[in-house]
Ligand binder design. Structure first.
Ligand SMILES: Nc1ncnc2c1ncn2[C@@H]1O[C@H](COP(=O)(O)OP(=O)(O)OP(=O)(O)O)[C@@H](O)[C@H]1O
Ligand SMILES: [Mg+2]
Length: 257
């Protein structure tokens, strides 16, 4: 199976604030890869590293055979990566347009795509998230948290990416909605053929739809393997180790951007 994303020995952070230490991670074509880890472990930083939003000090990031280490976000996006950032995030980036309706948001995301193709993609998004079809005339700023998250993912899908990176898409959602979201993520892989790198707090549910999993603790990968064989006991042990015995990242007057 071919590799969509390959992260090799990545050391990364923000300025002098070193967050990731020798991280290796692979997403193969057609896989859903789940990335778990305690708060502050560096999960978002790893995704930020892929799109040039964190500083990569050493190591390599390869997208479908092409090295992209340190390339800026717009270039990586063009090369086939859609990134739905954690919300709210440290960059203060809103992930949808509040003043535009759901439909207008999708049209805005289709800039540069021929009209017919754009309509087909909007239809694909509505098939993944039928709720968005009902809400097509509603302004972004009036959407609920879950609806907003659906739209944010929909905007990413409009680019027909090869890799979709989702950072805690189910954070703050009601349990029933969380299950629907996981089914939608599986549909995105199954029906649209998009590989997924998924950061999640809902570990158990994420592992049910995931093919493989990684656990990141204080900037280091502590587990990598089959998603189904990562037991709750093992996970608890890894997370607990982080609270009691784990090293904290080194802090050297890092600028917050
Ligand atoms: N833009 C930034 N500038 C400086 N430091 C940052 C920035 N973003 C994150 N950090 C720091 O990097 C470390 C790792 O944060 P990161 O957001 O990657 O963790 P995480 O695993 O995604 O946590 P969470 O589960 O809470 O989202 C934290 O100590 C955080 O304070
Ligand atoms: Mg995060």
């Amino acid at each position: 199976m071919s590799e969509i994303l390959k992260i090799e020995g990545v050391e990364a952070g923000y300025g002098k604030f070193h967050v990731l230490f020798g991280v290796d991670l692979v997403v193969k074509a057609g896989e859903i890869v789940v990335l778990l880890g305690p708060n502050g472990a560096g999960k978002s930083t790893l995704l930020n590293s892929v799109v040039g939003m964190a500083d990569v000090y050493s190591g390599r990031i390869v997208l479908m055979g092409q090295e992209i280490t340190g390339r800026p976000p717009h270039e990586v996006t063009k090369m086939g990566v859609a990134y739905v950032m954690q919300s709210p995030n440290n960059f203060g980036t809103p992930n949808i347009f509040g003043e535009l309706t759901v439909y207008e948001n999708l049209v805005a995301a289709s800039a540069g795509i021929p009209r017919g193709e754009a309509q087909r993609r909007i239809e694909e998004v509505f098939e993944i998230f039928p709720k968005l079809r009902e809400l097509r005339e509603r302004k972004g700023k009036f959407l609920s948290g879950g609806e907003r998250q659906m739209l944010a993912i929909g905007l990413g899908l409009m680019k027909k990416p090869k890799l979709l990176m989702l950072d805690e898409p189910t954070a703050g959602l009601a349990p029933k909605l969380v299950s629907d979201f996981f089914l939608a993520i599986r549909d995105i892989r199954d029906k649209l053929g998009i590989s997924v790198l998924l950061v999640e707090q809902n570990a158990r549910k994420a592992l049910e739809i995931g093919d493989r999993a990684y656990v990141l603790v204080t900037g280091r990968i502590k587990y990598s393997g089959d998603a189904k064989s990562l037991s709750e006991d093992k996970l608890a042990e890894l997370f607990l180790g982080a609270e009691t015995g784990g090293e904290t990242p080194t802090y050297a007057d890092a600028p917050r951007r």
